[in-house]
Write a protein that binds this ligand. Structure first.
Ligand SMILES: C[S@@+](CC[C@H](N)C(=O)[O-])C[C@H]1O[C@@H](n2cnc3c(N)ncnc32)[C@H](O)[C@@H]1O
Length: 258
């Protein structure tokens, strides 16, 4: 089982990573962020994992909502350029003590290898785990093995009682609905040209993502299918809601205490 060599993955590219940095400025994404963080409800002393963290909007949210009282937030992503974004984030966090916010560059399609069992109280992920990819040479097709593996891996690294809160795009997402809800950000943006350039790139990458999801490489799945996968990985108390102008679900699930 491996990744088809000819199938380029844009996520590790700095250009792709940076295109998604502007996402944080738009209203549908702000809503998604708030809905996700509401279910995270971070508390003092907790260790959090932020999977596919990008530039760290959820990491920042966990920090700010706990008033800097979380023990640690580890952001993990395959794009090395996000280390730079985390350096800026650390310098900017309020309250300080940003040595408790870390970035790990890692491709989660093969699992969470470097992270020990039961090492996090809770985990969060924003529109990311759907991009776990695996190609079966034997079957000559993309499979869901890496997606199933990442769910099992999150289960492994969580402590009993730990919550997993994550967002995932709906099947066949209508990006134009997100774009329509984002127009205010263009007007309000201090740098409209940079905003437009990044938004254009994001739409281009959006077309690539939808194409690959149709091919079975990425996983924009119905909520019932994700719920079944979470249950198969061992999670309980699974729930979901719609957000992101109707283009993403937010899921919550718990690793049973016993
Ligand atoms: C749509 S962006 C979301 C970023 C961030 N969570 C946010 O809410 O702004 C998806 C993120 O998943 C990361 N990603 C995609 N595939 C990955 C993989 N196989 N391993 C680790 N990170 C991955 C990308 O690099 C990107 O930062």
């Amino acid at each position: 089982m491996g990744v088809l060599p000819a199938a380029r993955n844009h996520w590790p590219d700095a250009k792709c990573a940076k295109a998604f940095w502007s996402q944080q400025e738009v209203r549908p994404y702000r809503r998604l962020l708030a809905d996700t963080l509401d279910w995270c409800s971070p508390a003092a002393g907790e260790r959090w994992l932020d999977l596919g963290c990008g530039s760290g909007p959820l990491t920042r949210g966990l920090w700010e909502r706990s008033n800097g009282a979380v023990a640690e937030v580890v952001g993990l992503d395959c794009a090395a350029v996000n280390e730079r974004a985390y350096a800026a984030l650390r310098a900017d966090l309020t309250p300080g003590r940003a040595d408790r916010v870390r970035f790990v560059c890692h491709d989660f399609s093969g699992g969470l290898g470097p992270l020990p069992d039961r090492s996090f109280d809770h985990a969060v992920s924003g529109l990311s785990i759907t991009y776990a990819e695996s190609y079966s040479e034997a079957e000559g097709r993309w499979t869901a093995a890496a997606y199933d593996r990442i769910l099992a891996e999150v289960f492994r690294v969580l402590k009993p009682g730990g919550r997993f809160v994550f967002s995932a795009n709906v099947p066949e997402p209508a990006w134009w609905r997100v774009a329509a809800g984002s127009l205010g950000a263009l007007v309000g943006s201090g740098r409209p040209l940079r905003f437009l350039k990044r938004s254009g790139r994001m739409l281009k990458y959006g077309a690539w993502l939808k194409r690959e999801a149709r091919a079975g490489r990425f996983h924009y799945l119905p909520a019932a299918e994700v719920t079944a996968k979470l249950a198969a990985a061992g999670f309980a108390a699974v729930g979901h809601r719609l957000s992101y102008s109707g283009q993403a679900f937010v899921f919550r699930a718990v690793k049973p205490a016993a």
